[in-house]
Design a protein around this ligand. Structure first.
Ligand code: ARG
Length: 459
């Protein structure tokens, strides 16, 4: 084959238009699959020889050629042509150039339709492992922060209104739980990625006596796809992966949102280290949480990638269609974005200084222990609804008087409910409020420490 000849040249009389060549080519982005493409091809060649479809000698020549091409591409020495439509055709052309006509036997019983499905699955398997490792490292940092801030009390919010005091450790472990669910989702996705597609050829299977079980064994696939049409048409695993990534990005983005708010002058809860913030080109005093903002912003791209893939798939007729080539850029972008975000946030969170006194000060404002007083009344036998009303009226009174509940005298409290005793003031104490939340999953020191212990045992 020369530069302009195509593998399908037999049927064609005219060369491909230059613009069409550029428009249809995926090489610019699917190059990143070269390693997995070659691994897959080596397994295929071994199987062809074992089945007597090519000779052992031919397989050996092909495999050695593929290994050379692998190192050439890895070292940036391979030369690609504009006519190389994708990584599969580029490798095949390089192989034929390198080893001669015998290279043309590699594609026996195979189509690029099952080949690309294989490459993507091989590639995604590895990326899923890396993502899991990055996630575990980040979870480790969250655990470390929880240990470090095991006594720090922050205001807990609902509706971004001060609600009840909670431990900062409990806050960090909330993100640990989210990431643990993410890991579970990715692990489940892995099962559907981990299926061998190779061997179904273009769409129908092949008349040649391929041994798919042998290829599955060589490439460590526990499952072999069972319908040739579905095999070449299926990109569920790509959509599923990007969905999993979307949820993980959403979790990271929510953490970032809190860090952005907390680092504002108005909150003043944290300061993000200089190495993980940026300045302003005009306002000399500024220190901006750009890393957190960008993770939040990049979450949108990943959602966009999910929409792109779902929309691309929605009306495809059976079976393979070239539209499927449009899965790669969203997939690769998702992987790059997720890994970069996870990694930079892992660094950022280790560079945050917590202003504990400021957090505590705010935790005490806004009647954050009002619910504790209502629970106090419940223990005294007051029905909860009534208790809620009593405490609500006390809060109203305090608001009118410009006082905090801790400013009230026992006599003043008793005007709202005669049964109040001195110990009610213990309920107003932040430390006690947190300690009381002993219920499984609650924010008490005890419950949080117990959960942390479970996590440590698990890892
Ligand atoms: N580059 C193509 C893709 O990403 C590979 C398969 C092409 N198959 C075909 N019959 N044109 O889907």
């Amino acid at each position: 084959m020369n530069k302009t000849q195509k593998p399908w040249g037999g049927r064609f009389q005219a060369d491909t238009d230059r613009e069409v060549e550029a428009f249809t080519s995926s090489l610019a982005f699917d190059q990143r699959l070269f390693h997995h493409d070659i691994i897959g091809s080596i397994a295929h060649a071994k199987m062809l020889a074992r089945q007597g479809i090519i000779t052992k000698r031919e397989a050996k020549i092909i495999i050695l050629g593929l290994q050379d091409i692998h190192s050439d591409i890895a070292q940036g020495e391979a030369v690609f042509y504009p006519g190389d439509e994708d990584i599969h055709m580029a490798v095949e052309r390089l192989l034929i150039e390198q080893v001669g006509e015998v290279g043309g036997k590699l594609h026996t019983g195979r189509s690029r339709n099952d080949q690309i499905a294989l490459d993507l699955r091989l590639y995604l398997r590895e990326e899923l492992k890396e993502i899991d490792e990055l996630t575990q490292v980040f979870q480790g940092v969250l655990q470390q922060l929880a240990r470090q801030e095991s006594k720090t009390i922050i205001p807990g919010y609902t509706h971004l209104q001060k609600a009840q005091p909670v431990l900062l450790a409990h806050y960090f472990l909330a993100y640990w739980e989210m990431l643990e669910r993410d890991r579970g989702r990715f692990a489940d996705c892995y099962k559907r990625v981990n299926v061998l597609p190779l061997g179904v050829a273009a769409l129908a299977g092949t008349g040649l006596p391929l041994d798919r079980a042998y290829v599955a064994k060589l490439l460590a696939f526990p499952v072999i796809s069972r319908n040739s049409l579905d095999t070449v048409a299926d990109r569920d695993f790509v959509a599923e992966f990007i969905f999993c990534a979307s949820l993980t990005m959403m979790h990271l983005s929510r953490l970032c949102e809190d860090m952005i708010i907390w680092s504002s002058g108005e909150f003043g809860f944290i300061e993000i280290g200089d190495a993980f913030t940026t300045g302003s080109s005009i306002m000399p005093q500024k220190k901006n949480p750009d890393v957190a903002e960008l993770v939040r912003g990049k979450t949108a791209r990943v959602y966009g990638n999910l929409m792109a893939v779902l929309t691309m798939l929605k009306a495809l007729p059976m079976s393979y269609n070239r539209d499927l080539q449009e899965d790669k850029e969203p997939l690769f972008d998702t992987i790059d974005t997720l890994k970069a975000s996870m990694s930079v946030l892992t660094g950022m969170m280790q560079n945050v200084q917590f202003h504990r006194a400021r957090m505590l000060e705010e935790a005490g404002r806004g009647f954050s222990t009002a619910t504790d007083v209502a629970e106090y009344l419940v223990i005294k036998g007051v029905p909860f609804r009534e208790a809620h009303g009593i405490v609500g009226r006390i809060v109203r009174f305090c608001l009118d008087q410009g006082k905090a509940m801790t400013d009230l005298k026992l006599e003043e409290m008793r005007r709202f409910y005669g049964g109040f005793e001195d110990d009610v003031f213990q309920c107003l104490d932040l430390e006690n409020s947190v300690k009381r939340k002993k219920v499984l999953g609650g924010t008490s020191h005890e419950a949080v420490a117990a959960r942390l212990m479970e996590m440590e045992k698990q890892s």
